[in-house]
Design a protein around this ligand. Structure first.
Ligand SMILES: [Zn+2]
Length: 404
């Protein structure tokens, strides 16, 4: 695999600095739809993509918040396979950062700022690689899309809206800081809101009421005990087992009143292949046994899709082969966090995660990306996009080994 020229290295760094300089941070989640944090970067990106010769479409999720979908209109043809390179535009809040969030300061081989790592580094690498591949006139036969999503940090809402609106490609490479490793699997979050019910009375005569907090205490034991045990029974080769934790709890009205209601939130991470609906049914049955069916209700249960891409798909093999050359990766990997890959996989798209930087630096007060990582990711993507000119990256080729 060829390394980048100095001019190409400068190009991807300069692009990243521009992207980081445009604040797309999401404040408190309850304000995000009002403040439309991606509006400025979406408008800058739309111009940039048009400058690359792409046709750009905006697909609105809610007023003022849109996903961008871009492709080269002169790149035919109906019936061809399609591949999207994707990165989300939003970042977590810039409040409390100990470095200039938008300055793009370069120091000791790193660029600092909000989003350098999660995930504007991936965005800069993908856009630069696409431009270089196009200029070298070695694009694959597949129709190439660049997609920039909104509202990823608050539950992949942009990607889910994009799928609900019917947009599809055959395959997707989603940019997240995987350390330039190919990731083919992650768990799906299952977020459950639970309420236990009681009957209020004066706390001086507790026997006259029913204590919802006491019921919740027993419910918490069920979640962390038998339910977590059942979830842990199924193993995934790359991900280990599912987990569950009660993460928020709130109940009661006053110190001298037996509480009539208590609410808790549960974060479970479910391995691919296990059904979230089934897991909720299981919890429901266990709770009914422990505290009685009339004593609680499941207020909501939300999940965003797991990722489990087939390791023998031609695109997966091609990308893995390039990662092997660049950093010695020997097989597909799994990660604990979730990403836009979840909704894509759920919609039937062959999706993988790949991008520069270390997830340990995402969301931190001094977020940075290593420039070596940025350049490595760009070089891998250039090699991928120029490696099979005129042929499909999604079908087996002579340069893809057929063995495992
Ligand atoms: Zn991210």
């Amino acid at each position: 695999m060829r390394t980048l020229t100095d001019a190409e290295k400068r190009r991807v760094r300069e692009l990243l600095a521009v992207l980081v300089g445009i604040d797309s941070s999401v404040p408190a989640p309850q304000d995000e739809d009002r403040l439309c944090p991606e509006a400025r970067i979406a408008s800058w990106l739309a111009d940039h993509l048009r400058g690359m010769g792409m046709a750009v479409e905006t697909r609105e999720m809610v007023p003022g918040r849109a996903n961008l979908v871009a492709h080269w209109p002169d790149q035919p043809v109906a019936g061809r396979r399609s591949l999207m390179l994707e990165a989300h535009m939003d970042t977590v809040t810039a409040e409390g950062m100990t470095v200039d969030p938008f300055g793009g300061e370069v120091r000791d081989g790193r660029m600092y700022g909000r989003g350098t790592c999660d995930t504007k580094g991936s965005m800069a690498a993908f856009l630069t690689a696409m431009a270089i591949a196009r200029e070298s006139d070695r694009l694959p036969a597949d129709k190439l899309y660049f997609v920039a999503t909104c509202a990823e940090e608050t539950g992949c809402r942009g990607a889910r809206a994009l799928m609900a609106g019917g947009f599809r490609t055959d395959a997707a490479i989603v940019g997240e800081p995987t350390g330039c490793r190919l990731v083919t699997a992650h768990k799906q979050p299952l977020w459950i809101r639970l309420e236990t019910l009681g009957r209020a009375c004066h706390a001086s005569t507790p026997g006259l009421g029913v204590n919802a907090v006491e019921r919740m205490a027993r419910a918490v034991s069920v979640v962390h005990g038998p339910w977590a045990g059942r979830l842990a029974a199924a193993d995934h080769p790359l991900l280990g087992n599912s987990t569950a934790a009660v993460t928020c709890i709130e109940g009661g009205a006053r110190i001298n009143i037996i509480p009539a209601s208590c609410r808790a939130e549960i974060d479970a991470r479910i391995v691919p292949g296990l059904s979230c609906a089934r897991a909720v049914e299981d919890l429901d049955a266990l709770l009914a046994e422990e505290i009685g069916a009339e004593s609680f209700r499941v207020l909501s249960a939300e999940s965003f899709g797991a990722l489990d891409a087939p390791p023998d798909a031609p695109l997966v093999r091609r990308l893995l082969d390039l990662c092997r050359q660049a950093n010695g990766q020997s097989g597909p990997e799994g990660v604990n966090y979730f990403a836009d890959t979840g909704p894509f996989h759920q919609a039937g798209i062959l999706a993988v995660l790949f991008g520069p930087g270390d997830i340990a630096q995402a969301h931190t007060a001094d977020e940075f990306i290593s420039l070596d990582q940025l350049e490595q990711a760009t070089a891998i993507m250039v090699a991928l996009l120029t490696g099979s000119p005129g042929k499909s990256l999604l079908q087996p080729g002579e340069n893809v080994a057929s063995g495992g």
